[in-house]
Design a protein around this ligand. Structure first.
Ligand code: CUA
Length: 331
């Protein structure tokens, strides 16, 4: 019951659904906003000078009533002016390069204490595999991490890999965008100081369902996070009332792509479903974890996520009913 109430509580948490770099709630994202302000200020200055000179030229040198039609003095090159418009932009670009590089290097080389939480994320067309190597379980699309409170920092290191094509992992309020490139492990870290659900998305076009490769980061209090960890580590529930559905899951082809506990292959073809109902969505954010949506997903995945790799299994009404009922017990 404690676990169920933890799940229910989560649904009421604030959803940070506006993906806004100007409202950072995590240390790396705050660093990025600092650079953004420097860049925006310099660019605003350039805009004011250029637009101001243009307006001045338009007014000062407009056609006048007593114009005799003769040409003004023609100027062919000026060493001073050319020097100025070469050197000033060069200095501006150098300042931008140094400010950005310094901040980026500080963020990337942050030292972390031994035992810092690590999450391995593997991008797939079109969902995210999420592994907690220190705790030995795998989930999908929703990443739970603890909140930092005041001086007590609880950073999370996120290791990124791709199983197929180039993806990009981006939750703007928590940190920068990081490309997820096949055979090139990448890393990012978060240190959020506000609980809630943070939305993000794949930020590199990766095929038909790129737009539906959503990310949910659930930032929890240490207690809620521990409860979630504990639930994820428990074996799948064996509810006798859904034994028919469970047998169908095993005898039909479901387990060749999806794992539920020890059963089925964790081969990365499809999301691990052991605690499916502890997640809010299916299909990386396209539908909810309720009876109707799961039923529809099993019946015709393409109707919810056109082009996805979950096949239409041509299930009978009876199979759909039993499978859906079984999946709904996987809290
Ligand atoms: Cu993955 Cu776009």
């Amino acid at each position: 019951m404690v676990l169920f109430s933890a799940v229910a509580m989560r649904a009421e948490e604030e959803i940070h659904n506006i993906q806004n770099i100007f409202e950072p709630t995590s240390t790396p994202a705050e660093g990025i906003l600092e650079i953004a302000w420097v860049v925006l200020t310099i660019c605003a200055g350039i805009f004011v000078v250029v637009a101001g000179l243009m307006v001045y030229a338009i007014i000062r040198f407009r056609a006048k009533k007593d114009d005799d039609g003769s040409e003004p003095a023609q100027v062919y090159g000026s060493n001073q002016i050319e020097m100025a418009w070469t050197v000033i932009p060069l200095l501006i670009v150098l300042v931008l390069v140094f400010v950005t590089a310094r901040k980026t290097i500080t963020i990337q080389n942050m030292p972390f204490p031994e035992g810092t939480l690590e999450v391995n994320i593997i991008g797939h067309q079109w969902w995210w595999e999420v592994e907690y190597p220190q705790y030995g379980f795998i989930t999908a699309n929703e990443i739970h991490i603890p909140v930092s409170e005041g001086d007590i920092k609880r950073p999370t290191i996120i290791n990124l890999e791709s199983a197929d094509v180039i993806h990009s992992f981006w939750v703007p309020k928590l940190g920068g965008k990081r490309d997820v490139v096949p055979n090139y492990p990448n890393q990012i870290w978060y240190e959020p100081d506000e609980t809630g659900i943070y939305l993000g998305n794949c930020a590199e076009f990766c095929g038909t369902q790129h737009a539906n490769m959503q990310i949910r980061v659930v930032v929890q209090t240490p207690e809620d996070f521990e409860a979630w960890l504990k639930n994820q580590q428990t074996p799948p529930r064996e509810d006798a009332s859904v034994a028919t559905g469970r047998r169908m899951f095993e005898s039909l082809a479901c387990i060749s792509c999806h794992a539920i506990g020890e059963k089925g292959a964790n081969n990365g073809f499809g999301p691990d479903l052991t605690h499916l109902m502890s997640r809010q969505t299916i299909g990386a954010g396209v539908a909810d974890t309720n009876y109707d949506d799961i039923h529809q997903w099993l019946k015709d995945p393409d109707s919810l996520k056109p082009g996805c790799y979950m096949p239409d299994m041509k299930l009978t009404d009876d199979q759909l009913k039993h499978l859906t009922e079984y999946l709904l017990t996987l809290h």
